[in-house]
Write a protein that binds this ligand. Structure first.
Ligand code: B12
Ligand code: SF4
Length: 653
């Protein structure tokens, strides 16, 4: 099921609402000395191609966004802990400023669910009178908030509240809590008072639990509805604040005395993900993004993006950026405005001219943007990840086919941009076909010939919040257990065959390995040393300004040219080495799954997993985040809620 859309015209927050809310928080920060820890759940078993290495080099934008919004408001006693770097972190042992934090937040994707739950369970072991307010959020929770509440009456753990939305939802909830908080009252205690008085019910974007006894089994989940989205992303605080809150990498279970120093940040995180645009006009049935964005396309201005990049580059020395865009070329006007601002800055020299960016686009929009591609390159964009999915468009049609895809690749390369295809393998696609481009290897071959230097092939897997999600379960396609192995969240990342009607699904798993091996292998590596696909014009430009080049000696200019040419030439070989190393890990992790699929009995789902705890909306109606078939809660009377409309709170300030 896709997330329902709010009533037309009511999808977005009022312009300026975020700015006002940030001002309110600054007043609260003067009166409340809060400490918060934000953890990014990461399951190390997910370290396989195509994301291996990038996963460690990126401090995720979601947790940094939460940190930025708190720190910028004045709540600077905030720490971001990433399990990538701090795998032994134990919330039960965390102390910040010498005390148990007032708020503990966890952010998680679906595939990191086991670690997300473990973090929450550990936090729940803290004595109830000292326990922080536990808040869960992030992509997993946006679609399936019920997952962070235990249905087991003998082991009742859970977040206090699941936030099914973005920064504004967190701030508005904290605004309500801090307005009600008595002197020295714990954040959890005020949360419980607010919850029980119905004060949170007017704020869409939350799911909270209720029980008849304190710390007793959870009896119902209350869903306050679908969030209103922030339309103008310029209203967000700058991401620089979040980077100043990172816990340094360590093996300790506790927190260090200081966050990572500015000059240490780029040593650990070489790639910065950052928000430029959000949303996509296509509606691919396997993708939850358009519904999450309620069919809205939201952007930052070019000037703001250029300023953010400059701040991050200058403060932390990071030069590689990856846009968290769903489809950066979605709107010509917005893309050109952003690219013009970045290109203007790049012409001013370092650090802008050294910045290299990548992001995601579609084939269709790349062709539409053909005349603007020189500008896109001047803006610093050197690689674009393209959802090719299936060259023959058998799986999904989003206005693309083989000719269009290859044409888009040609255009990008002519303009010095590396095309990075993202493909999807499915039941009806064979490994190889004769005289057609339907086979997986045929397609990988065609894309490599067209200039692909990296390759991503994922198996079609049910994505929560997408149109096809329930159908994959009700049709019996989704596996529950294979042999004695359950389908755990960490193998639902598209790298494992966990949904298939193929009579021999192990073949599909081998196909994925074969496609990667065809692309990343020692022979190809050797070949790239002589014929390199990254050897294209404009790819590695001189970061110096015209004036600097003129004033430099001929020897210096010659040396720079040779260095740039060498890097350009051997980049392809470097990507091959990275791919082969990643492939080794992928074989190591997925080989046992091939054997399970080969010899094990496959148990299938007949219904999508729903919440075992009954759910309801604030007035007793169906919960908007619940899946079809969800039991409606009838636990106790619906409180005579007096919801405080967030708009009211803002206006009264
Ligand atoms: C960049 C990106 C990547 C990068 C970097 C990931 C990272 N760790 O940062 C790379 C390439 C490594 C990557 C890999 C994968 N990704 Co990815 N990725 C993205 C992308 C495009 C942008 C993420 C981002 O930075 N967004 C910007 C930030 C600000 O948004 P956000 O993280 O959602 O956070 C906001 C809210 O969620 C919320 N929030 C977040 N945390 C918290 C915490 C609290 C307490 C609260 C209150 C709120 C809150 O507020 C934030 C601010 O608005 C998103 C799609 C998207 N547009 O978001 C997919 C996305 C996150 N990826 C996804 C997936 C599935 C994957 C992969 C499994 C690959 C795949 N099969 O597609 C791998 C996993 C690799 C791994 N081992 O972890 C899914 C996750 C779906 C889910 N339900 O969990 C997404 C949502 C795309 C989709 N299909 O819908 N990804
Ligand atoms: S083009 Fe990409 S982001 Fe847009 S709906 Fe399709 S898969 Fe999702």
């Amino acid at each position: 099921m896709e997330l329902p859309r709010r009533i037309r015209g009511d999808e977005l927050l009022a312009p300026g609402a975020m700015i006002k809310m940030r001002a309110r928080m600054r007043t609260h920060a003067l009166a409340h000395d809060l400490t918060s820890v934000i953890a990014y759940a990461f399951d190390h078993r997910t370290r396989v191609l195509p994301f291996i290495y990038a996963d460690m080099q990126i401090a995720p934008a979601g947790v940094r966004a939460m940190g930025s919004i708190l720190a910028e408001a004045g709540f600077t006693k905030t720490r971001i802990v990433m399990q990538q770097w701090n795998r032994n972190f134990d919330p039960e042992k965390m102390r910040l400023d010498g005390r148990v934090p007032d708020i503990f937040m966890v952010s998680s994707m679906h595939l990191h669910a086991s670690e997300c739950d473990r973090l929450i369970q550990q936090a729940c072991k803290i004595d109830p009178d000292k326990r922080p307010l536990i808040i869960a959020g992030g992509p997993r929770i946006n679609y399936e908030p019920w997952q962070v509440f235990s249905a087991d009456p003998d082991h009742p753990w859970g977040a206090d509240v699941a936030v099914t939305g973005e920064e504004y939802i967190l701030l508005s909830m904290l605004d309500i809590l801090l307005s009600m908080r008595a002197k020295n009252e714990s954040m959890r205690s005020v949360f419980i008072r607010a919850r029980d008085s119905g004060a949170l019910d007017g704020m869409p974007g939350l799911v909270y639990s209720r029980s008849s006894t304190p710390e007793g089994p959870i009896e119902e989940l209350v869903d306050t509805g679908i969030q209103r989205l922030l339309g103008n992303l310029d209203e967000l605080p700058e991401p620089v604040h979040g980077y100043r809150l990172l816990e340094p990498p360590s093996r300790a279970a506790t927190l260090g005395s200081h966050a990572l120093a500015d000059n240490q940040v780029s040593k650990h995180t070489k790639i910065s993900t950052f928000l430029m645009t959000s949303g996509c006009k296509f509606r691919c049935s396997y993708c939850p993004i358009p519904a999450y964005n309620q069919s809205q396309y939201r952007t930052k201005s070019g000037k703001r993006i250029a300023d953010e990049i400059g701040q991050i580059a200058e403060t932390f020395g990071i030069r590689v950026f990856f846009g968290a865009d769903d489809n950066f070329f979605n709107s010509t006007e917005r893309t050109v405005e952003i690219a013009e601002a970045l290109a203007r800055k790049a012409a001013t020299g370092r650090p802008y001219s050294e910045v290299r960016m990548g992001t995601e686009v579609t084939v269709h929009d790349t062709l539409r943007m053909r005349e603007h591609l020189p500008l896109i390159r001047k803006a610093g964009i050197g690689a674009l990840w393209i959802g090719v999915e299936d060259l023959t468009a058998t799986l999904i049609k989003k206005a693309q086919d083989k000719d269009k895809t290859l044409e888009a690749f040609r255009l990008l390369r002519e303009n010095g941009i590396l095309p990075m295809p993202m493909m999807m393998h499915h039941d009806s696609q064979p490994l190889v076909t004769w005289k057609s481009n339907y086979g997986l290897i045929n397609q990988v071959r065609a894309l490599r010939k067209a200039g692909a230097t990296s390759m991503q092939v994922l198996m079609l897997t049910p994505a929560p919040g997408s149109k096809w999600y329930e159908g994959t379960y009700t049709s019996g396609m989704a596996f529950k257990k294979v042999g004695d192995r359950e389908v755990e969240p960490h193998i639902t990342d598209g790298n494992y065959v966990v949904a298939s009607q193929h009579p021999r699904p192990w073949i599909k798993q081998l196909n994925l390995l074969a496609a990667y091996t065809y692309f990343y292998n020692p022979l190809r590596f050797l070949f790239t040393l002589f014929v390199s696909k990254t050897n294209i014009p404009h790819i590695n430009t001189d970061p110096r300004t015209e004036e600097e080049i003129e004033n430099a000696s001929w020897l210096m200019n010659g040396a720079v040219r040779v260095a740039l040419k060498t890097v350009t030439h051997f980049l392809d070989a470097g990507i091959q080495v990275w791919g082969m190393a990643g492939l080794f890990n992928t074989y190591r992790r997925t080989a046992s799954w091939v054997l399970k699929l080969y010899g094990g009995k496959i148990e299938r789902f007949d219904q999508a997993p729903i919440s075992e705890i009954p759910m309801r909306g604030v007035k007793g109606q169906r919960a908007l985040h619940a899946l079809p078939g969800q039991e409606l809660s009838t636990f106790g009377p619906v409180p005579d809620a007096k919801p405080r409309e967030v708009a009211e709170v803002v206006q009264s300030s």
